[in-house]
Ligand binder design. Sequence first.
Ligand code: E4P
Length: 218
Amino acid sequence: MKFFIDTANLNEIKEAQGLGVLDGVTTNPTLMAKEGITGKNNILKHYVDICNIVDGDVSAEVIATDYDGMIREGEELVDLHEQIVVKLPMTKEGIKACKYFSDKGVKTNVTLVFSAGQALLAAKAGATYVSPFLGRLDDISTDGLALIQEIRDIYDNYDYETQILAASVRHTMHVVNCAKIGADVMTGPLSSILGLLKHPLTDIGLAQFLADHAKGNK
Ligand code: E4P
């Protein structure tokens, strides 16, 4: 499973990249705003800064909601850096734009996916990635993991190449459960990746090893 980090914070991206397990970055307009990145030129420069840190795909989301605007913005985004993936909303216009870009060989990520039908449509339009929002479904008492499983089954039925990018991952168990289902990629906060390191028996075991070594090497 590929690990993406879902942030626009350069320090967090550097930390995840430094771990040696990072495969890409996803951003969205909320995450950019959270970092105080505003104004077109600053936003475009920030995407390039992210691409220069990570070895892998970087999803940059269009703001336009009409087809022509999405194409215009998407083309501007892909011209920035070869690692850019055009992130498009799961709307009629977004699906048309996805088909346009996939026909041109440009990588796409269809975002804001909350049903298996939407994921099927994204695959038909040739999306590189489809982003079902696991955590946001859990937030409204709907089983987000069940959706990931449904999409996995549908894509496997037809050998669709679209990669399931489990998004809105909130914690370590989301990561583990997505891996069990066979999601191709997960994107979450740095804490969801670092959480995988933790086990009390690891800490206790290491403390014991070091203490025993110290006793024998006084
Ligand atoms: C996906 O690409 C989104 O950026 C994201 O995962 C949203 O997560 P949230 O529900 O935690 O905001």
